[in-house]
Design a protein around this ligand. Structure first.
Ligand SMILES: C[S@@+](CC[C@H](N)C(=O)[O-])C[C@H]1O[C@@H](n2cnc3c(N)ncnc32)[C@H](O)[C@@H]1O
Length: 241
């Protein structure tokens, strides 16, 4: 009897860790504008799980040897730019965000870095000349974009030939375990001001599956690209020909 229970328990654990869940796509708000939500997101961004995600992102970025001018689209309060400025001091960095409020927070957070410039703009209409950037990156922002396809076309316009993009985001088909953790932990640790705007569960539901991101990029001029999945995240990389 004990063995049956142990075997069933092992099967249950394997299922929640390995079986992927796919829930219906539910778009979320485009920009974080509310001042108290910006403050709460800024605090959340300093927590170890967010620092760990930035670590995962930087490891992947290193593989693509970034150089020249790099724009972080949807930079939020700027913590990734902070890491990039110290890990890749040779880069000229641009922080872009659609929210005036959060961009002001990023400016405040990064006053000590002279090589970072900020622009208020949406991913679908970047204030840069054609063929002017070497790299476009973005973390945890793609699921907010109202026009993802137009945004990838815009990246193609602003990137120089051989320029690359690397996008990191949640994926809407994570293992059941992650989905359960989000549902259980969110109400316990996330500030009310964020749960009121449906974060962070809303972000998971608004995110795309790797197959959906591939379909979006296929409809743009990028011909060399790859979408990879991690435990609960995805990476989309591409290069302009
Ligand atoms: C969840 S935050 C992520 C911030 C930061 N990149 C990070 O990893 O913590 C999403 C950010 O994307 C911005 N955003 C949403 N839609 C955008 C768009 N279409 N273009 C540029 N920024 C956008 C929001 O204002 C917000 O600052």
């Amino acid at each position: 009897m004990v063995w049956v229970i142990v075997i069933l328990a092992v099967i249950a654990v394997v299922c929640v860790v390995s079986i992927e869940i796919k829930v219906r796509h539910k778009p979320s708000l485009e920009g974080i504008e509310d001042a108290s939500a910006v403050k709460a997101y800024d605090r959340l961004s300093q927590m170890p799980q967010f620092a760990a995600m930035r670590g995962i992102f930087v490891n992947e970025l290193k593989r693509h040897n970034p150089s020249g001018i790099l724009a972080d689209v949807g930079c939020g309060p700027g913590y990734l730019l902070n890491v990039l400025a110290s890990r890749f001091p040779h880069l000229n960095l641009l922080g872009v965000d659609i929210s005036r409020e959060i961009l002001a927070k990023a400016r405040d957070n990064l006053t000590s870095f002279a090589n970072i410039d900020f622009k208020l703009a949406g991913s679908q209409g970047l204030p840069f000349a054609a063929n002017s950037l070497d790299f476009v990156v973005s973390t945890l922002s793609l699921h907010h974009w109202s026009e993802p396809s137009a945004s990838f076309r815009e990246f193609h316009r602003v990137l120089r030939p051989e320029g690359q993009f690397l996008i990191f985001d949640l994926r809407r088909n994570p293992p059941i375990l992650f989905h359960l953790l989000m549902r259980v932990i969110t109400p316990l640790v996330v500030p009310r001001v964020l749960t009121r705007i449906a974060e962070p569960l809303g972000s998971l539901l608004a995110s795309f599956t790797p197959a959906e991101v591939e379909d979006i990029i296929k409809g743009t001029p990028f011909r060399e690209f790859e979408v990879k999945k991690g435990f609960f995240w995805l990476f989309a990389w591409g290069r302009k020909g």
